[in-house]
Design a protein around this ligand. Structure first.
Ligand code: SF4
Length: 436
């Protein structure tokens, strides 16, 4: 008998489509069920009665929005256990969600039978994601465009060999699994949903794979070699666009060798992402970033964790190291440039995981707010130019501290904006973004 299945992603802003829900869509459609996907709360969908509702979750700091979404649809099923909540937050805060509501909470990946109450649901993690649910042509209900929707999304590995304390991967994907075929995943997406421009790989630690070289060869053979292009029709004309490969979870600098950088430089990687989470890795980080530049990889977008066990001094130092490396590359005539991407740490468990208000041991609210004000001007990124950096973050730590403690805080933002010669953010928007 056909069933009515509703798939819901809460209405937070996100770049990447909900891969888990896309695979659940494929699974239910293969059984002949009616599947509807929506992002957020829809009065029309709420009024209907569904056999099952699946709600995806992401970061724990979206707790309030996620719980609000679960509550919103709680009367749209015959019994609350017919609401299935899965994903990152569901895995990390299973008990907390259960305290709140009697829904079925699913932990981890859908790679074991029985998690959704079916004999064969352990195959879901390996199914081809249903791209039609995120395509507005096929899903007119959807009024959200995923910035990374025109990408093949897949994995060659799951899990990670490391256990960093700030990271949820060891809990969500506890085993490191190697050997998933990217070729099979991409060819299946292409066959069912047409060609995609880019390749987005969600591997947590691709360099830990002993199949790394094979994976790179596969990527090249699939049409993502260096300088690869993608043709599409725009305004009745064929246009050629550059293709990009993005290992969006980052590359582990400790595992980067000459031969691995050589292999990465053979594909259309843009950007390469290398984490610089701890000042104690300074030497190895600098050495590996130089290696990447020597091999001609142009764009680096490097994650800089802060508000964890770091101090404001070492946060400033890590950012400054990147800007100094940019000057070095420019002087040497290398094309590589590093954009730093500061990421504020939030705990993954406990009451503080439910919002973004955590203050690290060596930080305080004033410092965090000051950093946020600087970053608002550039949408969270720190650019490669020294002149910009000296103005935005200061020429040394003393200046940095003075900037982040400047009040009223608008002075921090407007000063950077003025220097960037862009229009000021209207005060209304500024206040809206103040919630963190
Ligand atoms: S290396 Fe990266 S993915 Fe692995 S545990 Fe550490 S932060 Fe997480």
């Amino acid at each position: 008998m056909s069933k009515k299945i509703l798939l819901i992603e809460p209405s937070y802003k996100n770049k990447y489509p909900p891969l888990g829900l896309m695979k659940i869509a494929t699974y239910h459609k293969s059984k002949g069920h009616e599947v509807v996907f929506f992002k957020g709360c829809s009065p029309n969908l709420k009024l209907q009665v569904w056999d099952r509702i699946y709600i995806s979750t992401l970061f724990t700091f979206y707790w309030a929005k996620t719980i609000e979404t679960i509550e919103y649809y709680s009367n749209s099923v015959k019994k609350s256990s017919n609401i299935y909540v899965g994903g990152v937050m569901a895995t990390l805060m299973k008990d907390e969600i259960k305290k709140h509501s009697n829904v079925t909470v699913i932990s981890g990946l859908l790679n074991q039978n029985g998690k959704l109450g079916y004999k064969d649901d352990g195959t879901i993690d390996y199914l081809t994601p249903d791209y039609s649910i995120i395509d507005q042509e096929h899903n007119p209900l959807l009024d959200y465009v995923y910035p990374q929707g025109d990408s093949y999304i897949g994995y060659a590995t799951r899990g990670c060999i490391r256990k960093c304390k700030f990271c949820a991967v060891p809990i969500i994907e506890p085993e490191f699994m190697n050997g998933l075929s990217i070729k099979k995943q991409i060819n299946s997406i292409k066959k069912h949903f047409g060609e995609k421009r880019n390749l987005l790989l969600l591997d947590n630690n691709i360099l830990a794979s002993d199949r790394f070289e094979e994976i790179i060869e596969e990527i090249k053979n699939l049409g993502f070699e260096k300088n690869a292009q993608y043709s599409t029709i725009r305004n009745n004309r064929t246009v050629y666009l550059k293709r990009y490969v993005d290992f969006n979870q980052g590359i582990d600098a400790r595992l980067l060798t000459n031969s691995k950088v050589q292999k990465l430089s053979e594909i259309a990687i843009q950007p390469i992402r290398i984490a610089f989470d701890d000042i104690k890795f300074k030497d190895i980080y600098v050495q590996k970033v130089r290696l990447v530049a020597e091999y001609g990889i142009k764009a680096l977008s490097n994650y800089i964790l802060f508000n964890f066990n770091d101090t404001p001094e070492d946060f400033y130092e890590r950012l400054r190291i990147n800007v100094e490396l940019n000057c070095e590359f420019e002087n040497k005539g290398y094309a590589s440039r590093i954009w730093s991407f500061p990421m504020k740490y939030s705990p993954i468990f406990g009451p503080e995981a439910k919002n973004r208000k955590h203050v690290g041991k060596y930080w305080n609210k004033e410092y965090l707010r000051g950093v946020q004000c600087i970053l608002l001007a550039t949408h969270g990124l720190v650019g490669p130019k020294m002149k910009y950096f000296d103005t935005a973050f200061g020429r040394n730590f003393a200046e940095f501290k003075k900037i982040i403690t400047t009040r009223p805080e608008e002075k921090i933002l407007y000063r950077t904006k003025e220097w960037l010669n862009r229009p000021f953010i209207p005060r209304r928007l500024f206040i809206k973004e103040k919630e963190v």
